[in-house]
Design a protein around this ligand. Structure first.
Ligand SMILES: Cc1ncc(COP(=O)(O)O)c(C=O)c1O
Length: 446
């Protein structure tokens, strides 16, 4: 739908500022189309080159996307705080929200006892002269990563996985460079890549991770970085298998021009072994977040990598945000050391697995093939995302349209299983089946 917003300005800077103001104010909403370059140029009495330059600047900052005959549109989540938040309408009152991709708050470890423990132990307040990484946390992280086969001699800490990935991309790439990402993939990552002015090249993903031909094609197309989700791929639940890891390592070994990033966000929640690619390329990083097992609000990830890459990330942080609060680092260390927390995380992993497998099986019984080998989401291929999201919303279930996750992948919807109880599974599967294959007027279901 074309936006009803009067874009103004007589220079490219003024035009792009006007579009940004529309996005900020909520009049230009995610998905809204901007006028064609020539039409806006005529309206504003400027040259088409001036408008094209404004659109290019907005594109490089990730505010808009230009997609061939679809023209230029506001991105689903532009990196500008806006009064209207996104493409998704809020769930109807009383609806179950399965759209958020969040862990189940009922299965996150309570922080109170650990904060009380910290309060008792913590010494005098620390100033600026602290080291960036608490040594005990670094040792514990090294031990955990080494147990999973990740070489972790060099390590730093970031404010979550996405912060680590942003720092890595900013340290190695320049605006306009291409990044290979899974397709379908994590919506926030696609938004970040766009906001950094980088170009995303989609790599198809199956249950075993990014496909080898897909990675090969992305490399041939000039990708300067490759981002692989180790386990619980968002949205498909893929996990890199032993065979796929070996094939990818063979393909990547010796590449000196590629930054390899692995995102192991499921970490201790994952119910399948890790098969890392770490070290296959000269420049590599392995990022493990604590968000999913211990809570997204902790905002902490550990980042291992080759010496030069870790030094770039840590050094750049030092001249900027500085470091991740040592109070937070000590809290994560306390959680890692607590056997009761380890039991809860194990139990949470089993519980997600039951709900996920239960829903995938129930959908299969209704004739729908869904993907969801690991993690908290499943991916259901559908012909028409909007129709399915709307029908499910009317039936009391809010799910995420795959458009947020896709570059060229076929349509689908993402369903987060973490809010589900056992009793929800069959009614939800039946509702998805009805929404995905509505009965034709004659009563025949195709
Ligand atoms: C693929 C992927 N990576 C990482 C994260 C978590 O990132 P962070 O540590 O920034 O919270 C998520 C959360 O949904 C995710 O889906």
């Amino acid at each position: 739908m074309a936006a009803h917003y009067q874009i103004g300005g007589s220079s490219s800077a003024a035009i792009s500022a006007s579009v940004e103001a529309g996005i900020r104010g909520g009049t230009l909403a995610p998905g809204d189309a901007l006028p064609a370059v020539r039409a806006l140029a005529a309206e504003l009495a400027v040259s088409p080159a001036t408008v094209a330059k404004a659109y290019q600047e907005l594109r490089q900052r990730g505010l808009v996307v230009t997609a061939g005959r679809h023209g230029t549109r506001v991105r689903p989540r532009p990196p500008v705080a806006a009064r209207r938040a996104g493409l998704l309408p809020p769930p109807l009152p009383g609806a179950r929200d399965l759209s958020a991709g969040q862990p189940d708050p009922r299965l996150l470890p309570p922080l109170g006892p650990h904060l009380a423990g910290l309060a008792a132990e913590i010494g005098a307040p620390t100033g600026y002269a602290v080291s960036a990484v608490v040594p005990e946390l670094a040792d514990a992280a090294r031990e955990r990563l080494a147990a999973d086969g990740v070489p972790a001699a060099e390590i730093t800490v970031t404010g979550g996985a996405l912060d680590g990935i942003e720092r890595l991309l900013a340290a190695h790439l320049r605006p306009g460079d291409a990044v290979a990402v899974e397709d379908p993939g994590w919506a926030n990552l696609l938004d970040l890549v766009a906001a950094l002015g980088l170009r995303a090249i989609g790599v198809p993903v199956d249950d075993d991770g990014p496909t080898v031909p897909g990675v090969r094609a992305a490399l041939a197309a000039g990708a300067r970085a490759l981002i692989v989700t180790s386990r619980a791929q968002n949205p498909t639940g893929a996990a890199v298998s032993a065979d796929r890891a070996e094939e990818l390592r063979t393909l990547l070994t010796g590449r000196s021009d590629l930054l390899l990033i692995e995102d192991d966000h499921a970490a201790e929640l994952a119910r399948v072994p890790l098969h890392p690619l770490a070290g296959a390329t000269a420049a590599w990083a392995f990022v493990r977040s604590v968000s999913k097992p211990y809570g997204p609000d902790l905002r902490l990830a550990v980042l291992a990598g080759d010496e030069a890459t870790v030094a770039r990330v840590a050094g750049r942080a030092r001249v900027g945000a500085g470091w991740v609060s040592t109070v937070l680092q000590c809290l994560v260390l306390a959680l890692w050391r607590d056997p009761a927390t380890a039991d809860l995380v194990r139990w949470a992993g089993e519980s997600y697995e039951r709900r996920r497998d239960g829903l995938v099986d129930a959908l299969a019984a209704h004739g729908l093939a869904a993907q969801g080998r690991t993690g908290i989401n499943i991916w259901v291929p559908v012909a028409d995302e909007t129709m399915v999201v709307t029908a499910l919303r009317d039936a009391g279930w809010s799910v995420a349209p795959g458009a947020l996750n896709r570059i060229a992948a076929a349509p689908g919807v993402r369903i987060t299983v973490s809010p589900l109880d056992e009793a929800d599974i069959e009614p939800l599967a039946a509702a998805v089946a009805r929404a995905a294959r509505p009965a034709t007027p004659g009563g025949f279901t195709a």
